[in-house]
Ligand binder design. Structure first.
Ligand code: AMP
Ligand code: MG
Length: 317
């Protein structure tokens, strides 16, 4: 059986430690949260937020609509029907969902297949629940966050909120709709040892910016007492070993989400080559799965953004 590590919400990959930062008021943020897409959605508000139920309705509407289209668990979803066509031709896909497929196939090209949206059958064989052979789970949540943020912007949300701030989080894919947010990078080792600090570092998210974390602790199956990660090397279909967590900052949640999974597979060395070729200047960090020797390997851009790191930080080369 697939296990989802639903930690207390505070633990939703990254989110949680959202502290008041920047902006005008240092009031404590208010949070709304609910389960969706096999994970947890959260909204954090600062300042006046009397319309938060309205905001939640817009965001939840987007998630439900995209979940219907992009679910790899539902044999009737647009994604599952696309998978049966065995093509990369996106003409059968709705315009609303198309950017997510395009980004996934582009990342597959750029990574030489390390990122692979066609791992559904392999995941199923390993014991993860998937009905569709095409699986956009590595990027769809970030995409949904962006679409939700776009809808809020279109509705004039930020313009109406000179004093407020809003952060959208879907399962560790965060984007600031407005305002600066202090976010905690989840400490992957805290998932198995409660005594460890919950966060490996803090990052202040700029207005509009996104951050995503991929972790080996989030979902897994057990075989012979051994945990099998839900992130596979798309070139071999083998579960990735040796990596505990990867965090990426990007201008959109979709890119942060896709890149964090891609970099989880590639690791720091190949990951740096890939970034310098296709996404130069990206702020990313890797936490290798060595709990007895915890360390953070960060690109120079990420290093400059890390506050209060719990572990020694090395620069990725
Ligand atoms: P994330 O939590 O964003 O890192 O995404 C992980 C999810 O992406 C997994 O649960 C799988 O559904 C899917 N996945 C696993 N390995 C890969 C891969 N190499 N490329 C693309 N998607 C993957
Ligand atoms: Mg991802």
């Amino acid at each position: 059986m697939e296990k989802k590590a639903y930690l207390p919400i505070a633990a939703a990959a990254l989110a949680a430690a959202v502290f008041a930062a920047g902006c005008t008021r240092a009031s404590a943020p208010r949070r709304l949260q609910w389960p969706v897409m096999g994970t947890i959605a959260a909204l954090s508000f600062r300042g006046e937020a009397e319309d938060r139920d309205e905001v939640r309705e817009v965001v939840a509407g987007v998630y439900d609509e995209l979940n219907e289209k992009l679910s790899a668990w539902d044999a009737d979803s647009e994604l599952s029907r696309f998978a049966l066509l065995h093509t990369n031709d996106l003409s059968s896909v709705s315009p609303r969902a198309r950017p997510c497929y395009e980004a996934a196939f582009r990342l597959a090209d750029e990574t030489g297949g390390a990122f692979n949206p066609r791992l559904g059958a392999t995941l199923r064989e390993l014991g993860f629940t998937r009905v569709s052979d095409v699986d956009l789970g590595a990027i769809a949540k970030g995409f949904a966050v962006d679409v939700a943020c776009d809808e809020l912007m279109r509705a004039g949300y930020a313009a109406r909120k000179p004093d407020g701030a809003l952060l959208v989080d879907l399962g560790g894919n965060l984007r600031s709709v407005c305002g600066q947010w202090r976010t905690g990078v989840r400490n992957p080792f805290a998932a198995v040892d409660d005594d460890l600090p919950a966060h490996a570092a803090v990052i202040v998210l700029a207005d509009g910016e996104a951050v995503a974390t991929s972790g080996n602790y989030e979902r897994f199956v057990e075989r012979d007492g051994h945990r099998i990660s839900h992130i596979l090397d798309g070139r071999t279909g083998e579960p990735v070993e040796g990596m505990a967590g990867v965090t990426v900052l990007a201008p959109t949640a979709m890119m942060a989400d896709g890149l964090s999974t891609a970099l989880f597979v590639l690791g720091p060395e190949a990951g740096m080559k890939f970034l310098s070729r296709h996404h130069p200047g990206t702020a990313a960090l890797w936490i290798p799965d060595t709990p007895s020797n915890p360390r953070i390997i960060a690109t120079p851009e990420m290093r400059a953004r890390l506050l209060n790191p719990e572990y020694p930080v090395e620069t990725a080369k």
